[in-house]
Design a protein around this ligand. Structure first.
Ligand code: HEM
Length: 481
């Protein structure tokens, strides 16, 4: 009896002794972070993680303990150490937990060796040359339709929500590439169940990691919002079957996995379940990220009439039926894309990695094995020592012709990471750039002279952060004066 009562007490003492002797106590940070991750959890659940961590960096410096076994890192050397190829830092189990669909895929794999083999297999179809040769035509056609729908909506109703249309566009491109057929959401013009699930998958995943019991119960409740948040991945996995059947079909519905089977014969194999898992994560990783970044491109440019005029002027040099290679030559437009990715890239939050077996030392502080270290682009991209006047939107800093102090230095390029860094850098980076460039060019050219609608205010565009960012009001309306 006495023993039973003593056990919890002993556990508390043991916990306190362990906490007091933890080598991470030497890492600066709020006292509470030694004992609890609750403030961090609260920030995640309320969509404020990037701000919470950034504020802690501002107060405590480049290395800050944010939870009992988690350290946020905003130091350039340490960034290189964590994300360098062959660094030995593996992705944290947080990714698998967030996606929560059983078998691991390229996005969630922790083991660096297993990941490298899968990544080799997937890299070719996502290379710039392969994308241009096989899929540019799809992206181009979807971009043109999206812009034409935006124009029609402005004519019909007085304004158009670009976030909605970019979401349809990016989703159509993703479904075409991964499934082998588009869902034609641009033609339908309505937020379908599929789109709602796509929009909720990462948000629900992020919240679900923090509140696993709520996720477990939520999955079983008959409410739409619960199903959208916590059954989204299962629902999307259902669609992923299409990718498998189209990959094998002789109906001409080819997808990015089609040629992979020939590659697979040379070594690494993909079975049907792997294709479903990869399809699901590529669809989720490739849709919202692109549409949100594009929305902020429009917002950033239309907020600055002089910049808008110069961008529109540059676009007059384009031939009518331009392609990605033509747009890639436009200095100002590409600078706008980079500057938007710096300040409003869709995935600026913490990318958690695990300290390898030997432990590591950063800024003279020892971090033991198993510590979670996270770097967030949000903080690096706002560091005044790296990007002069970091909060100012200055596309010119990316232009080769620019000689002034804003020009992006090599040191800045080393920590500029809107697509992550190292071996785990975004697989879809070339597809993303292709869509961002072509859609921004088509929009600013074919909708020249548009303005932000009164509903598109700084407050409405404030970034909320549930793994990705999104405008607080989940829309960005534009109009014709
Ligand atoms: C503007 C658009 C995009 C942004 C800002 C973005 C951002 C990112 C970031 C920051 C990561 C690193 C995650 C980490 O290290 O934990 C990442 C990884 C990834 N992204 Fe993207 N992404 C975009 C578009 C896409 C597209 C279009 C696809 C696919 C069609 C895609 C597929 C992936 C995949 C599969 C990974 C995991 C790569 C790996 O671990 O090997 N992304 N992305």
């Amino acid at each position: 009896m006495l023993k039973c009562q003593a056990a919890p007490f002993e556990r508390v003492i043991e916990y306190l002794v362990r906490s007091l002797n933890n080598p991470l106590n030497k890492v600066p940070g709020p006292l509470y972070a030694r004992f609890t991750n609750l403030p961090l959890k609260a920030a995640v659940i309320s969509g404020r993680r990037i701000y919470h961590v950034h504020a802690l960096h501002e107060r405590y410096g480049p290395l800050v303990r944010i939870a009992p076994s988690e350290v946020a890192v905003a130091d350039a050397q340490a960034f290189k150490l964590i994300h360098g190829v062959n660094s030995g830092f593996e992705k944290s189990p947080w990714y698998k937990d967030m996606v929560s669909i059983g078998r691991e895929g390229v996005f969630t794999m922790a083991n660096n060796k297993t990941h490298a083999a899968r990544r080799r297999l997937l890299s070719r179809p996502f290379s710039k040359s392969h994308l241009r040769q096989h899929w540019e035509v799809v992206a181009k056609e979807r971009v043109r339709l999206a812009v034409s729908q935006i124009r029609s909506e402005i004519v019909a109703t007085g304004c158009a929500d670009v976030l909605k249309w970019w979401t349809f566009m990016a989703s159509d491109v993703s479904t075409h590439l991964m499934f082998g057929e588009s869902f034609h959401t641009l033609e339908e013009g309505k937020v379908s169940d599929y789109i709602r699930k796509l929009q909720s998958a990462l948000m629900g995943g992020g919240i679900g990691v923090e509140l696993p019991l709520v996720r477990w119960i939520g999955r079983r409740l008959p409410f739409q919002i619960c199903r959208d948040l916590w059954a989204a991945n299962d629902y999307l996995m259902g669609y992923a079957k299409l990718a498998v059947s189209n990959m094998k079909s002789s109906q001409g519905k080819t997808n990015v996995f089609a040629n992979m089977m020939t590659e697979a014969e040379k070594g690494e194999r993909l079975d049907d379940e792997d294709v479903r898992i990869e399809t699901q994560s590529l669809i989720v990783a490739g849709s919202e990220t692109t549409s949100i970044t594009l929305t902020y491109i429009v917002w950033a440019v239309l907020s600055r009439p002089d910049l808008q005029r110069r961008v529109e002027q540059e676009l007059q040099t384009l031939q009518q039926d331009f392609g990605d290679a033509d747009v890639e030559q436009l200095q100002l437009l590409n600078a706008v894309v980079e500057e938007t990715l710096r300040l409003y890239g869709a995935a600026p939050g913490g990318l958690p990695r695990i300290v390898p077996a030997a432990g590591t030392t950063m800024r003279d502080l020892f971090l033991p094995r198993g510590t979670t270290v996270t770097t967030q682009a949000y903080t690096f991209h706002r560091d005044a020592n790296i990007f002069p006047e970091p909060l100012e939107y200055i596309p010119e800093r990316w232009m080769a012709s620019n000689e002034d102090r804003h020009r992006v230095s090599d040191a800045a390029k080393a920590v500029y990471a809107p697509f992550g860094s190292g071996a785990r850098t975004c697989l879809g980076v070339h597809l993303a750039y292709m869509e961002l460039r072509m859609a921004a060019a088509a929009c600013f050219r074919d909708c020249a002279g548009v303005r932000l609608a009164p509903s598109a205010t700084p407050a409405s565009m404030e970034m909320e952060n549930f793994f990705l960012i999104a405008p607080a009001e989940h829309k960005c309306e534009i109009t014709m004066p």
